[in-house]
Design a protein around this ligand. Structure first.
Ligand code: FAD
Length: 468
């Protein structure tokens, strides 16, 4: 970046322009892997500042990379083509609730859990609950269309956004949607921006939808001797008329990693455990779990433990929250996939993952949002072991292709980012991918908004974890 750019940025951001190597290194990675140094970082605090930096980027043709808490598991905020990182994590001053309208307005850097807490104070609920909600920002959730355990009943981020303020690649401030649940005035630009991974517009404010908080919850832990039977039971439970609010699975490897990390008395011999939560009217929750038990009994699964107290329930959900930290503790690189399949194909997916684990001799764990077919096969790789890295690349390649072949999708919630872009054509086919490219070209003709994400780079054929 030339001196005039630096001078202009300095005038706007003063001490919030970061140019030192130490600072820039902190912005060179996210929660996936791969490291790319930005030329500069600006800590943005207002829509006006976003407009100014977009206008500079436009004039000098500089890539911009919006960034929230950098908890992305797909390489979303990585500055892959150098340029300027826009750090939104400091911009969290607006968090306003309008309980009578069931809405919340938030600036992009607000941590998701703050929205949960505020809604809760008014006996309301903001439903999307990514497991990273203690650290991630609402801007990042919107850009990735984040999901979470409650997705099985309440959907994902896009189902709870009424309106957005965005800054376009042209530097215009545009409002999409509004404050009402119904709104069909023109194209649904809100849904176009949600999940666009910072490539179509920069989100500067969101109007989010709240719902009444369910009166109570009840949780059960189901212990399975065979993970494939666990897969069968998910589809059976969901098609039996019961609508759980959460349904999360942990395989044997995940159970043992959590147990090593924090001794909670989990069944180390089980092939899988399923955590099931039902929510709603207090009087019917036990009846609903009894119905679940009947469905499970028809599959000869009888080892079901229902939490007797709120503390026990909290402990069961803590188990799920501990999976990622427990895996990370191994010290190796954790590669988290989120291939998502139709419910009836969950058993096929478990069989495939087991096959890949054996075939490529890999340390692989599976956990995730089983209730919506959104599984998280996680590979634990020693990146210094070139042979292991190559085997992992082959396994991921096979997994992506298999997922698509059974009617699934590359990503249920983590986004495409850099990690899955090589497979976009495989899923969307040529015409589908070109259609998406047309949208990108129309809205960002200079390709300054988060370049290198979603669309395959030239000649890219498959995932490469480490260049030779
Ligand atoms: C332990 C762990 C558990 C997780 N669990 C879940 C889960 O259950 N469900 C789930 O969906 N994800 C999960 N994730 C992934 C991650 O937390 C989500 O993708 C989250 O939405 C990212 O938010 P962030 O603030 O960290 O955004 P970042 O990682 O900083 O950025 C993510 C994307 O958003 C873009 N972006 C950020 N802010 C803006 C903005 N203001 N305008 C436009 N674009 C913007 C970035 O360019 C990037 O493309 C998990 C991650 C971890 C580490």
């Amino acid at each position: 970046m030339n001196d005039s750019v630096i001078k202009e940025l300095k005038n706007i951001f003063k001490s919030r322009l970061l140019l030192e190597v130490d600072d820039r290194v902190s912005y060179s990675y996210d929660a996936s892997f791969g490291q790319y140094m930005p030329d500069a970082v600006v800590q943005v605090l207002s829509t006006e500042e976003v407009v100014k930096v977009v206008n500079i980027a436009k004039e000098y043709n500089i890539p911009l990379y919006p960034r929230g808490a950098s908890s992305s598991l797909s390489g979303g905020p990585l500055p892959v083509h150098k340029g300027i990182v826009l750090d939104f994590s400091q911009w969290d001053d607006t968090l306003e609730i309008y309980p009578e309208d069931l809405i919340v307005k938030a600036s992009p850097g607000v941590i998701t859990d703050r929205i949960h807490e505020l809604a809760n104070q008014h006996n309301l609920m903001y439903a999307p609950d990514p497991s990273s909600s203690r650290i991630c920002t609402i801007g990042g959730n919107l850009a990735e269309n984040a999901g979470g355990p409650r997705g099985v009943k309440y959907g994902v981020t896009k189902d709870h956004v009424l309106g957005l303020e965005i800054v376009t690649a042209n530097g215009d401030v545009v409002k999409t949607g509004g404050n009402t649940v119904k709104n069909v005035t023109g194209y649904d630009l809100t849904k176009l921006i949600v999940g666009s991974e910072g490539t179509l517009g920069i989100i500067t404010e969101a109007t989010l939808r709240l719902i009444p908080k369910p009166e109570d919850t009840l949780t059960a832990m189901v212990i399975f001797e065979d993970i494939v039977v666990a897969g069968e039971s998910i589809s059976k439970i969901l098609s039996s008329g019961i609508h759980p609010s959460k349904m999360e699975i942990l395989d044997k490897n995940s159970i043992n990693r959590v147990e090593d990390f924090r001794q909670l008395g989990l069944p180390r011999d089980a092939d899988a455990i399923l955590l099931i939560e039902v929510d709603g009217n207090k009087k019917v929750l036990h009846d609903e779990l009894n119905e679940v038990k009947k469905v499970l009994a028809s599959l000869n699964v009888t080892n079901v433990k229902i939490a007797q107290t709120k503390d026990e329930e909290k402990e069961l959900w803590e188990v799920r929250k501990l999976v990622s930290p427990a895996i990370v503790k191994s010290g190796y690189t954790k590669l988290s996939e989120d291939a998502t399949v139709p419910l009836s194909k969950i058993p096929d997916m478990f069989n495939k993952v087991n096959e890949l684990k054996e075939k490529y001799n890999l340390n692989l764990v599976i956990f995730g949002h089983a209730g919506d077919g959104n599984l998280h096969p996680n590979l634990i790789i020693n990146m210094r072991d070139d042979d292991e890295v190559k085997r992992a690349e082959k396994a991921i390649d096979e997994l992506f292709k298999f997922t698509i072949s059974i009617g699934g999708t590359l990503s249920g919630e983590h986004g495409i980012g850099t990690m899955k872009r090589a497979y976009m054509k495989e899923e969307l086919k040529e015409a589908g991918l070109n259609f998406q490219k047309l949208i990108k070209q129309a809205l960002d003709p200079q390709n300054i908004l988060n370049p290198g994400k979603i669309f395959p780079e030239k000649d890219e054929q498959r995932i490469v974890l480490k260049n030779e």
